[in-house]
Design a binder for this molecule. Sequence first.
Ligand code: FES
Length: 354
Amino acid sequence: MSQKHGFGRGLTNYGDADFALYLRRSFARSMGISNELLGKPVVGIAMTPSGFNNCHRTMPELVEAVSRGILAAGALPRPFPTISLGEVFLNPTSMMFRNLMAMDTEEMVRAQPMDAVVLIGGCDKTVPAQLMGAVSANLPAIQVVTGPMTTGRHRGERLGACTDCRRFWGKFRGGEIDVDEIDLVEGRLSVTAGTCAVMGTASTMACISEVLGMSLPGTAAIPAVHAARLVAAEEAGKAAVALISRPVLPSQVVTEKSVENSFRVLMALGGSTNAIIHLTAVAGRAGVRVSMDRLNEISDETPVLVDLKPVGEGYMEDFYAAGGVGAVLRELRHLLHLDTINVEGRTLEERLAE
Ligand code: FES
């Protein structure tokens, strides 16, 4: 095939093209896209909607927002599905399928004619899987997350997903509350779209993606239903188009230093221990080996700065209001590698200077 990416970008006639490209263009025409748009760069959108994934309920509007950004920046958006892993509906465990999703993502990014890709995930295993796939495919890529749920209310207290779910179930089993009460609580635990409202695996991996530099700054903690979440998705679409003419590859972003920064922030967040497994896998795709001794050193040196459930008190909406990942990075500045770059090609030092 004479041209790997796009549907024939920059092609004015078929004099220098081969039959495979002609075939691709003629089939692309059947999608009802004009020749003008088919001549633009192509940005794939790895989308993960599923009727078995409540955390991804906002996927259609996120895909629309990313597409809007891509079109506004002069490229052609092409959403495509990969498998989706909804944490609580998978048996025997979602972890069994993380690598399958990583392979799905990697191969579809590699096989289809795109110049860059935006990956949209959220629930626990989906973001690590997408990052693993993106690093292996090593095409310009930006991670977007669905964002955390906001909390429900019950008799004057806030409730958020799994942490409070276990607490109330314990009370019910212990006879402290009756069946009517537990029934009431059931409808108040998960009240919006988005990932679990606490600093569980999904929120931790969203933060890590931002620290690695694979997501745009300031986006990890935006609540799923906040208007800013859609603006962030639109910005990700625009940034993906910018990557085509000025490529920053995942292999340049996920490095020993950015992985170490991510472990540092993980400790400061009091984040999910699952993140160690996932980050090690993402780093492995970039050829970065994680030393458990170094991890222990980082743990010893790093203060815990964030007080969110399940180990603390607050919820992700509080973390967002308090400044999110940017606020943590500023506090940890003296412990971080500041010369790492993100998907925009900006160093962490430049981000913190702002
Ligand atoms: Fe999806 Fe908790 S069930 S993040």
